[in-house]
Ligand binder design. Structure first.
Ligand code: ARG
Ligand code: MN
Ligand code: MN
Ligand code: MN
Length: 306
């Protein structure tokens, strides 16, 4: 398979600085090599440069770094569309605000194929605030509202060529939802599986049902993996840890099932903050999860000495 790595060193969407170092950490942790070892052809396209800044102010005084986020969204929408013409793009975040652009660009790409477009959001958070409802003003909490076509982004963010229908969005791992997000989700068609749902049913059951829906529609699937989907004790390098996340095996199982489905067209790796990491272990785990999604199996893992 042809894979393109696309660095998206955006950090001002998060409340804490450091995600800017994410793309470097994935490269240093050996992402290219891990994918090549699976037989893929990998091209690292380097890092995206944001579009020129336009000045904006928003009536919600909490909102910060709107102009920068919009500039990145523009550039990433273009990059996602361009690099997905004949390859599977992997977007190296960067905070989760990058997904406003990566998903918008992929939606445009997949629309050309005539197949419906689906998004799997693996996250502790639902990131479905609008510019009006966010209280932190951290725009990594807003990409889902943007790419699903909710109101209030027009005049700020680039117009969407193809909004993602709410019915085509599935979320797994959720355990931190703000009141305004909860209210929006109750009225929406988004499928939300919180951690309790994983506890009760097992993640395989939930994911199998979602994949069956994508398959039945002959769809293509974008996967957005936030580091905080994972249990913080195995993945400390994120500014928004929430206890009780997916375990090592749950996360790998999700990736392995996604691989077997053959439905994945693109992947975001987001929210890695290397400044908060412990000897690179979170970056290494994220690389290993990406490898599982791209075909690495349990039986391919040699015993490590020592
Ligand atoms: N809901 C909170 C907020 O809007 C947290 C968002 C965390 N998002 C993330 N991509 N880590 O501030
Ligand atoms: Mn600023
Ligand atoms: Mn997120
Ligand atoms: Mn999150």
């Amino acid at each position: 398979m042809d894979i393109r790595l696309i660095g998206a060193p955006l950090q001002i969407g998060a409340g804490q600085l450091g995600c800017e170092m994410g793309p470097s950490a994935y490269r240093i942790a050996g992402l290219t090599r891990a994918l090549e070892d699976l037989g893929h052809r990998v091209v690292d396209t380097g890092n995206v440069t944001p579009a020129p800044l336009k000045e904006f102010s928003h009536p919600n005084p909490a909102v910060h770094h709107l102009a920068e986020t919009v500039a990145w969204t523009e550039a990433l929408t273009d990059a996602a569309y361009r690099e997905s013409a004949s390859a599977v793009p992997i977007f190296l975040g960067g905070d989760h605000a990058i997904s406003a652009g990566t998903v918008a660009g992929m939606a445009r790409r997949v629309a050309e194929s005539g197949r419906p477009f689906f998004v799997l959001w693996l996250d502790a958070h639902t990131d479905c605030h609008t510019l009006e409802t966010t209280r932190s003003g951290n725009l990594h909490g807003t990409p889902v509202a943007y790419f699903s076509g909710r109101d209030g982004f027009a005049g700020y963010f680039p117009p969407l060529s193809h909004a993602v229908p709410e019915e085509n969005i599935g979320m797994i791992g959720i355990r931190s939802v703000d009141p305004a997000e909860r209210a929006a989700l109750e009225k929406s068609g988004i499928t939300v599986h919180d951690m309790r749902s994983i506890d009760e049913h097992g993640v395989a059951v939930l994911l199998r049902a979602f994949l069956a829906k994508v398959q039945a529609a002959n769809g293509l699937l974008h996967v957005s993996l936030d580091v905080d989907f994972l249990e913080p004790s195995i993945a400390p390098a994120v500014g928004t840890t929430v206890p009780g996340g997916a375990t090592f095996r749950e996360a790998h199982l999700v990736m392995e099932m996604l691989h077997d489905s053959g439905l994945v067209c693109s992947l975001d790796l987001v929210e890695l903050n290397p400044f908060l990491d412990e000897r690179g272990r979170t970056a290494t785990l994220m690389v290993d999860l990406a490898a599982s999604l791209m075909g690495k199996r349990v039986m391919d893992r040699p015993t490590r000495a020592g």
